[in-house]
Design a protein. Sequence first.
Length: 365
Amino acid sequence: MAINFPSSPSNGQIHTAQGIQWQYDTTGGTWLCQGSTGIFTLGAATSNSLGGIKVGSNLSVDSSGTLAAVMNLNNESISELTDVTFNSVTLDSSNGGGKVLAWDQSLQAFAPVDQSGGGGGGGGSSTFVGLTDTPGSMGTAGQFLTVNSGGNALEFTAAPAGTLAGLTDTDLVTSAPQPGDFLTYTGTNWVANPITLAGNLGDVAISSPSDGDVLTYNGSALVWQSVAPSGGGGGGGAGLTSRATANQTASNLADDASANITIAAAKTYALLKIQTSHAAWVTVYTSSAARTADASRLEVTDPQPGSGVIAEVITTDGATQTITPGTIGWNDDGTPSTNVYAKVVNKSGSTQNLTVTLHFVQLEV
């Protein structure tokens, strides 16, 4: 049947004819069919034919008409997930407490395992002793945790002995420690050693030091060395000595008899006093040769200049003669020594053990 469309229609104008709607499109100057205006009932879909469906549980249709499934796991079991398998493990009140799900590479799924490990290594212990490479139980108080002899696990061992001597890398037996000793390492063991200038300090080089030596810095060798003092080092006082005395006794010396004595004093000295235990005539010389050459000189005759006489005194019983001003004496042997050569004549009137004492200051080391 012919359709009688309106004349001079506007763009988008709707015309209904025989239950079908048409819309005018001015672009092409045509009427476009829009479909039936009646209600069409779609038959239900079956497994063999297309049809309509009803939106029920776990399905939804959004505003654009898209159908979507809604996941609802209420009252469902974790075992129903496709990547979870219980691998023949039954979980009940006696089996399953504390188990965890861990990935099992061979099963390609999560499976229940104990917390202490297993099941491909996915588990983890909540306690130290639950680990596979640690002791299965706690040790006793004071024990140490060490690697076992196999080098593949840890174990508790007794603590080292409570003294240095009990340690395996100390040796306090070969040389017993003394108060003030230090521990030094020999390359093998720790041993007790005293700290000394010669033995322990890296910038000190001492070899066979003598009595009275001082430490002097050697700028070429960059070490401190022991040397004899040089007598002051620019006024600093090094090498100065205190006043001293030295004596010798002529035993059983008859009255008016003489005796040659040698007094150990100093190579060079300042003579301050001469003291005698009894009345005496005492002469001090530079050498034994000078003393021998002067043996025949009388008491009333003065010594000649350059004769080697340093000083002479005549004393009363137990007197001390002060030498003013003090005189310089020295040993004139080929190899200088501390020997002071003297002659003593007993003037006490009887045989005596006559002692001569020199008071002096050492001037040469």
